[in-house]
Design a protein around this ligand. Structure first.
Ligand SMILES: Cc1ncc(COP(=O)(O)O)c(C=O)c1O
Length: 392
């Protein structure tokens, strides 16, 4: 199919809920992918942080083939070896507890929300942070601060207050016994790669603990090595009550999970929550291989090392082009440059020059390279960004 046909047919038959770049990606291998015109891209977005092993990693492809030939799906009415193995592995790399499997980040947060409602019956009070993003279903959207996303669907669910980031004083005033849960991303992804301070996270943990408020850490985007630790909360040496994850875990297949700490394990009883596909045999088998590969190939350390090199390069670019770049920031491979203007134009110029990145929100250019990224890819990306800046 020619590119214009793909675009025409899509525009005719698919609801226009996404603003899409006018390219169609046809093939991927490692850190590269190719569009329908044969153009090659260095993929520093990876399906918005999903393809952490790069495109079509041989172990992921093999796991899909093996499991697809055996059993794809049986529903959650029966036990599943693949789920049992994956849940054990998640608990081992995070904290002691039990897992609920779902299909998307928003759904994982919906499950956490329901758990928090049951935890404090009769209350519907939640706290989250300015700039946060927890998903687009009604419950998850209620916890998402962006007014553009909220307004068309308001009034939303519950009583949700958005607090300024890293402001201990407002947190202290807001965290009270009648609050069900505090939802937090250690590094806000969609909000523009905003990193929370360690001292702030410590204080949140203490205040929520003291007031019986659940601390729900949303690791949908940060999880599985991207920040240079397996999970971002581990940078702050705190333990969440509930952790939600998605994106990386499915290796490109739609999967999410909620890990609930030991003391809350009885909170959701049979019938309280369910989903037909959640953690089906195929996806759970792939999830296990994704995590094992991250561990065996030492990819968290690689992410930390490559992330430091990339951020150093971005900071140099910021210093050299301070008229355009306000700040370079990030943690591990979750990195961004905030521009004074022309964010979408720079994202487009980078794409034309062979680098995929994302401009969201406003003028923040976000990079989420795979954990497998190498020094030469980092150097190439920095060279493309610099070339694109000069062209603007
Ligand atoms: C931190 C965070 N939470 C939740 C979500 C929602 O995930 P999904 O798009 O899979 O529903 C996202 C998506 O980008 C996210 O970054």
């Amino acid at each position: 199919m020619e590119t214009f046909n793909i675009i025409d047919q899509s525009d005719k038959y698919i609801l226009h809920t996404y603003g899409r770049d006018k390219i169609a990606i046809m093939r991927g291998a490692g850190v590269h992918c190719w569009d329908s015109e044969g153009n090659q891209y260095l993929d520093f977005l990876c399906g918005i942080g999903v393809n952490v092993l790069g495109h079509c990693h041989p172990k992921v492809v093999e796991a899909i083939k093996q499991q697809a030939g055996k059993l794809l799906h049986t529903s959650n009415l029966y036990y599943s070896q693949q789920q049992a193995e994956l849940a054990k592995l998640i608990s081992e790399i995070a904290f002691e507890g039990q897992v609920f499997f779902a299909n998307s980040g928003a759904e994982a947060n919906e499950a956490a929300l329901k758990l928090a409602l049951k935890h404090k019956p009769g209350k519907q009070k939640f706290l989250a942070l300015e700039g946060c993003f927890h998903g687009r279903t009604i419950g998850a959207l209620s916890l998402t601060s962006n007014e553009n996303y909220r307004k068309p669907f308001s009034p939303l669910f519950g009583e949700v207050e958005f607090l300024p980031r890293n402001d201990i004083k407002t947190a202290r005033a807001a965290i009270k016994e009648d609050v069900n849960a505090f939802f937090v991303e250690v590094v806000q992804g969609e909000g523009g790669v905003n990193v929370l301070e360690r001292a702030y996270l410590h204080e949140l943990r203490k205040l929520t603990e003291d007031n019986g408020v659940l601390l729900v850490v949303d690791e949908v985007q940060t999880g599985f090595g991207k920040t240079g630790k397996m999970f971002a909360y581990q940078h702050a040496d705190i333990l969440p009550d509930v952790m939600t994850m998605a994106k990386a875990i499915g290796g490109g297949l739609p999967m999410s999970a909620v890990l609930v700490s030991e003391r809350l394990m009885g909170s959701l009883a049979p019938g309280d929550h369910a989903t037909t596909y959640g953690g089906n045999n195929l996806i759970a088998a792939v999830g296990k291989v994704v995590i094992e590969t991250i561990i065996v190939d030492n990819l968290v350390d690689n992410a930390a090392k490559m992330g430091r090199a990339f951020l150093k390069g971005l900071k140099k670019l910021a210093a050299d082009h301070d008229e355009l770049i306000r700040e370079a920031r990030g943690l591990g491979l979750m990195t961004a440059i905030e521009l004074t203007a022309k964010g979408p134009e720079l994202a487009k110029a980078c794409r034309v020059n062979g680098l995929l990145a994302n401009c969201n929100p406003g003028n923040v250019l976000r990079f989420l390279p795979p954990l497998t990224v190498k020094s030469k890819d980092i150097d190439e990306a920095l060279a493309i960004i610099e070339k694109s800046i000069k062209e603007l």
